[in-house]
Design a protein around this ligand. Structure first.
Ligand code: FAD
Length: 445
């Protein structure tokens, strides 16, 4: 039986272990942290993520989607909280289409539990990868509990150790012509909380992703199963206003009262959370190649870290597993061929979603409150309803389809040019739902 080492038991590593064990590999997965399922490890931030079609497909393919569905809350659209005026609900797609809020820690714990039901998956905790010797099939770890270095031999090595991957660092140091690009945006993020309503249940609409768009920054909130919402403030590190200018509880309170007035009464622990929770940075990582020696590959965030504004980092990492699994069939377990095709196929797509994720930040924090943008979306939605075979909006291509990301990006650029022409039509506000506009779009699409 072939032995596999997986570095990192995060979301992607855990899913990959299930895939490989089902194919008869003996999987040892080494995780830097302690076991988050143990009581003493369960404290900490409650990040939640939007799980969408690409992620679901990877879970379905291996038969575990139903278990995840039990802990996922559907969000059918964005609920926009303007500074003034009424809330506006913008559906994400058609009918019952939704993205799903899941707790990152909760999902990770569940996936580890599922992985361990297979006797061929063994998760070893407190093991920090410190280096690799791919030619010898060796992965080096520092055992944090025993304070001891050791090396593990295996036939294959997968580095799913996240955005700051030790596996990738090894490739940077040892692989000839290894391309590496790391880009921090000028915004960071901070987790805040809206607790469950005093009477129980959710204090604001449960089945929506709430956004307070404010031009250069925004606050968002995703529902949790216990009635609370995890809020995330995406805010510049420097400048006015920024993390660097909000220094006291009074300043935070005043700022939130004037900028997010309807959120403040829902956040009784706002200032405590603000100062207790860390401010984290947001990075895009692109690199190539992903594999070495036909024996090892990067996967998930280790290969392609994204900013979170298209809600695709985990979905993309899960899709990596779908793609890899198909290639295992195609190449009958010829791993050098699998790894080569995996990185060559996947790289244009992960580059595309990385760029789309950066672009979507501007859409979320600014455009969703802009009347021109809303009209554009209305025209697109009308055209999609009438001619679904001709037009799928970019958001739907990324979120509700399995079209390669690079193709979605190219199609999005083409659609934008068409929409620019439509929006330039005289008096478009009055003519947007006319047959004339429909015909014009049919000619252009
Ligand atoms: P990780 O989840 O980072 O897991 C890596 C694992 O490797 C960790 O357990 C870590 O402890 C371990 N590790 C690290 N270094 C070592 C080492 N040297 N040795 C051993 N183990 C190691 N994605 C979505 O799809 N939808 C969303 O809505 C979404 N929202 C997000 C919001 C925020 C604020 C952020 C920051 C990210 C968001 N993402 C989202 C992205 C998503 O969290 C990541 O893409 C996903 O977690 C990547 O999974 P991974 O397993 O590749 O890496």
């Amino acid at each position: 039986m072939k032995k596999v080492t997986i570095i990192g038991a995060g979301l992607v590593g855990s899913l990959l272990s299930i895939y490989l064990a089902k194919r008869g590999y003996k999987v040892n997965m080494y995780e830097r942290r302690g076991d988050m399922r143990k009581a003493e490890m369960s404290v900490g931030r409650s990040i939640n993520l939007a799980l969408s079609d690409r992620g679901w497909k990877a879970l379905e393919r291996i038969g575990i989607a139903d278990q995840v569905r039990k802990v996922a809350i559907p969000m059918h659209g964005r609920m926009i909280h303007p500074l003034e005026g009424d809330l506006v609900f913008q559906p994400y797609g058609k009918d019952k289409q939704a993205i799903y809020s899941v707790s990152r820690g909760g999902l990770n714990r569940l996936m580890m539990d599922i992985a361990e039901t297979n006797p061929d998956v063994n998760i070893i905790f407190n093991q920090r990868c410190t280096g690799l010797n791919v030619a010898e099939g060796l992965t080096h770890f520092y055992d944090e509990e025993k304070d001891k270095e050791h090396a593990v031999h295996s036939d294959l090595i997968f580095a799913s150790d996240g955005a700051f991957s030790a596996g990738r660092l090894h490739m940077q140091l040892t692989t000839d012509r290894f391309d590496y690009n790391q880009y921090y945006i000028e915004h960071g993020y901070k987790e805040l909380t809206i607790p469950a309503a005093p009477s129980g249940g959710w204090a604001i609409e449960k089945n929506a992703l709430h956004i307070w768009p404010r031009g250069k920054y925004m606050l968002i909130a995703l529902p949790n199963e216990d009635g609370s919402f995890t809020c995330t403030l995406f805010f510049p590190f420097e400048g006015e206003p920024s993390f660097s200018t909000l220094k006291t509880p009074e300043q935070v309170k005043e700022f939130f009262k004037s900028i997010f007035p309807d959120a403040v009464p829902l956040m009784p622990t706002l200032t405590e959370d603000y100062f207790a929770n860390p401010t984290a940075s947001l990075v895009t990582v692109k690199c190539f190649p992903w594999s070495a020696g036909g024996k090892m590959t990067l996967i998930g965030d280790a290969a392609h870290a994204l900013v979170p504004f298209f809600g695709q980092g985990m979905n993309c990492g899960f899709e990596d597993c779908t793609v890899l699994d198909k290639l295992i069939d195609k190449h009958s377990e010829n791993w050098p061929a699998i790894f080569k095709e995996f990185e060559a196929n996947r790289k244009p797509d992960t580059d595309a979603i990385a760029d789309l994720a950066i672009a979507n930040f501007v859409e979320m924090r600014d455009k969703v409150a802009d009347p021109d943008f809303l009209l554009r979306k209305k025209i697109e939605a009308r055209f999609t309803n009438r001619h679904p075979e001709k037009w799928l909006p970019l958001y739907s291509m990324v979120t509700f389809s399995h079209m390669p990301y690079a193709q979605a990006l190219a199609e999005g650029v083409r659609q934008e040019k068409i929409m620019d022409k439509v929006m330039a039509m005289e008096n478009i506000e009055a003519r947007w739902d006319s047959e004339e506009i429909d015909k014009m779009m049919l000619d252009l699409a």
